[in-house]
Design a protein around this ligand. Structure first.
Ligand code: HEC
Length: 492
């Protein structure tokens, strides 16, 4: 069986609308079908393959029966030589989308130079500073080392059985970073369109709520993180307008908070052990900022904001450090990662002082961490594919884990408040992993689409696990929908 069974008949019926979509579909389908489509269409589609350049020799290899697994981002990353350059590449080039066929098929200097220039432009336009390379630095290395293997690596152990349900909602050209579930509805919010979308889980009814933020018409407000509080509110950050919104699902109304530091990119809420937005004993919420080394505290009653400074990471300009994600321990201390700064930090709100530590190999890219009831941090590293378990009480690393799929990279770890399991996004391999904190064993669940870039996981009491396709651009996820997509997993 060479056709991937998960590519549905419905998907095929969508194909005539787009030749390049058909090309991508064919590529993913694997085996001779892919080769056949490849040669038939490579000459006629504008993107991604320049017609004058032959495909890399790896793709000419006739697949043997055991070599029909589709190539994923992780397969390409796994083939790169280990070292700082590889980690830097993954940290800089995979925070928006996977690096995988059909999109990563660049074979020559011009091809890579062109695409990297465009990526720098996107990065600059959004004022993100994610790509830590100078002009030309990356091209030579990619030319030398990127190979698209004829087939993907087999999973290290059987994939666990799962049933998936997808809820298409929102516009195709949107970007949906996070998902959350509250009040019988599943929610995503569009970074570019500034609209909160909800789908009723019983009736399937869909609703759209424009967020009353201050972005000029047609400009992105940069909706980024979305989480719920213990007392039943949805909280959303808007990185571009420096605002935060609270949404009441009973009245379907927003309250918007303004006044966060300009240009600081308000990023994520501090979360607690149960994956709720952390509220301190006075009911205040905390956010970090992507482009400044500060944390801010917001009093939702008065709207008052107080800023807390964290130590400067001298080797990078402040906006390039990327103070990334925060969790609160049982004493209310706030533990945070710096992704490009490559540090772990802790702010003690009782003193207002923060400390930072260099614990990780260079460019490991610590990302969206979780905390457990023993105050242990579970820190995913984009650049290495590893997870550090750090005991905040003993102040030491107690375990280093690696994702089971070679070349995979984890964006986020979330703790299931109902079971205590940790869930890790297999962001480079279209996967979600359940990680048992007692024995450090992973269970692999493969998402039903290729290029499925995930940034978060949410949980409901009925045992479902939730995520959304959060690729930027959204169309790098190979799917039959012209929309955003919320995904529900039922482990079998
Ligand atoms: C800030 C987000 C972001 C980062 C970081 C980023 N990309 Fe992209 N990438 C995009 C978007 C958006 C697109 C689609 C629009 C386009 O192709 O211009 C894209 C498209 C691509 C494509 C497909 C182009 C095509 O013609 O189909 C490749 C290949 C790619 N990126 C490689 C990279 C590499 C290599 C890096 C690191 C240097 C990188 N990306 C970093 C956002 C990003």
């Amino acid at each position: 069986m060479l056709q991937d069974p998960r590519i549905s008949a419905r998907m095929t019926s969508d194909v005539p609308h787009s030749r390049s979509f058909f090309f991508r579909l064919c590529f993913w389908a694997g085996g001779p079908l892919a080769l056949c489509c490849f040669f038939l269409f490579a000459q006629s589609v504008a993107s991604p393959l320049p017609p004058q350049h032959p495909p890399p020799s790896e793709n000419k290899t006739k697949p043997t029966p055991q070599s029909v697994l589709p190539v994923r981002s992780s397969d390409i990353i796994a083939g790169l030589p280990d070292g700082e350059m590889k980690r830097k590449f993954v940290v800089g080039c995979t925070p928006c989308h996977q690096i995988a066929p059909p999109f990563a098929m660049r074979y020559d200097k011009l091809g890579w130079d062109t695409v990297i220039k465009r990526m720098h432009q996107i990065d600059d336009d959004l004022e993100l500073r994610l790509i830590p390379f100078h002009k030309g630095e990356l091209t030579a290395w990619l030319l030398k080392h990127v190979k698209i293997p004829a087939h993907g690596a087999p999973p290290p152990r059987p994939e666990a059985k799962a049933a998936w349900k997808e809820y298409p909602i929102g516009v195709h050209k949107g970007f949906y970073h996070d998902v959350t579930i509250l009040g019988g509805r599943a929610w995503i919010v569009d970074y570019f369109g500034n609209i909160l979308y909800g789908v009723d889980l019983k009736t399937g009814a869909k609703q759209a709520f424009p967020v009353p933020i201050s972005a000029p018409k047609g400009k992105p407000a940069g909706a980024h993180s979305m989480d719920i509080s213990r007392d039943g509110e949805i909280w959303i950050t808007f990185t571009k307008t420096q605002q935060v919104a609270r949404f009441d699902t009973k009245t379907n109304t927003f309250r918007v908070y303004s006044g966060f530091q300009k240009g600081a990119n308000v990023q994520y809420f501090a979360l607690d052990v149960d994956r709720y937005v952390y509220k301190d004993p006075k009911g205040r919420v905390w956010v970090n900022h992507f482009s400044k080394e500060i944390l801010s505290r917001l009093d939702p009653k008065t709207g008052k904001i107080r800023v807390f400074q964290t130590p400067r990471t001298q080797r990078l300009p402040e906006e390039g450090v990327h103070l990334y994600a925060v969790v609160a321990d049982s004493k209310g201390r706030l533990w945070y990662t710096e992704t490009h700064g490559n540090r772990l930090g802790m702010l003690d709100p009782t003193t207002g002082k923060a400390e930072e530590w260099e614990l990780f190999v260079s460019w490991s890219g610590p990302k969206r961490l979780a905390i457990d009831p023993q105050d242990r941090l579970w820190i995913p590293h984009l650049g290495t594919g590893g997870i550090t378990v750090y005991d905040t009480r003993q102040r030491k690393i107690i375990k280093q884990l690696s994702l089971p799929i070679p070349g995979d990279y984890p964006y986020a770890i979330r703790r299931n408040r109902y079971t205590g399991d940790l869930w890790v996004t297999g962001t480079g391999s279209d996967s979600l992993y359940r990680l048992n904190p007692a024995n450090y064993q992973f269970t692999l669940y493969r998402l039903p689409r290729k290029g499925a870039y995930t940034r978060t996981v949410d949980f409901t009491k009925d045992g479902y696990i939730w995520t959304c396709y959060g690729s930027f651009p959204n169309y790098h996820t190979i799917m039959p929908y012209q929309s955003g997509v919320i995904v529900r997993l039922s482990p079998q």
